[in-house]
Design a protein around this ligand. Sequence first.
Ligand SMILES: *Cc1c(COP(=O)(O)O)cnc(C)c1O
Length: 426
Amino acid sequence: MQFKNSLEFAQSLDQQDTLSLFREQFLIPKVDGKDIIYLCGNSLGLQPKATQDELHQQLNVWQNHAVEGWFDSEQNWLNYHHEIKELLAPIVGAKPEEVTCMNSLTINLHLLLTSFYQPKGKRYKILMEAGAFPSDQYALESHVKTRGYAYADAVVEISPRAGEETLRTEDILAVIEQHRDDLALVMFGGINYYTGQFFDLAAITKAGHEIGALVGFDLAHAAGNVPIKLHDWGVDFACWCSYKYLNSGPGGIAGIFVHEKHFNSDLPRLAGWWGYQLNKRFKMEKGFVPETGAEGWQVSTSPILLMATHKAALKVMNDAGFENLRKKSVMLTSYLEFIIQKVNDQVGEEFLKIITPKNVAERGCQLSIICKRGGKTLFDALVAQNIIGDWRAPNVIRLSPIPLYNTFEEIYFLGQTLLNNLKTNC
Ligand SMILES: *Cc1c(COP(=O)(O)O)cnc(C)c1O
């Protein structure tokens, strides 16, 4: 589509947008009675209006049924996660029994590494991005160390080529091949949090499996953002959080995927009673017998109130339809890219350099922008004018239009605000 840098054009895109009514299902923060422009759903998604209702409903079950809520409210808490699994599975391309929600993201990564990082003899290394999210790096570091390896030896980090910001798939595949005899695990982010690059997860999975390694992904920035087919790609395991693109609230309950090919394997795991076979869980017998599927990795009692916010948010996403969301997302982010280019044209230099890949198949909602000068000053000026993106050290502004609640008009307005600031400040 031929984009235009005008208010009328942006408004016409909003008028043609079949998802535009979903914005009304969200609580948009206001300043002086006016909606702010929120472009930070990559960090904390906004609150759906339905969240408070679902939460209240569960508070009422607690109030009226107390402990019996587990067994005989209309929709008992023991089965509360079943509907969540049904809603979650299509978002990551899984069968419902391959996913569950539990704990927080980094905790789940630890649980999954306990199962899926199985170093043996010469095959003990893990491949990851050099620029992975720090929590993932710390998690891997602690796993290689507790198994008796040195980080620098056991974790193979891959960096972009000199002068480049993002990784080339061919380079990732080449490193996997170079380490064909010593990789136990390939552990990658789905989308890199800093650059917004969406990796070719199918190709990485295939290459990892070809050399005999297992393959797992952290989908924190990918789940609910880009199309994912964990089952079909044959990915061994994955985990993600729910508070970014899944709009389920700060520190919300996280998700895991375990491919069905591992359901009957005897992988080691850190067990707890909530992973025990459900129909015998309350017999309180000795000797752990896991529930079949991802649920067998559960450890502790379901946090129903966190699940309530998750369920409400997933329902909204499901109502919109993930394919529709992705279609709009591609348009919105492409429009953002166009508007940034127009700002550069008007200031006469590439002042705002987008480091996220241009190819829409290699990115989701987010664009990461490096300013030629004064990036933090510009970022602070946007915040002061109620445009919220986020700043990531050392020098990136991340902006993420979300198809559920952002508009083309907001993107147009962002462009005008950037231009005004650049004219006066930089
Ligand atoms: C957001 C994010 C985290 C945060 O983990 P928590 O355990 O939820 O604090 C971890 N890894 C990645 C890749 C992330 O994007």
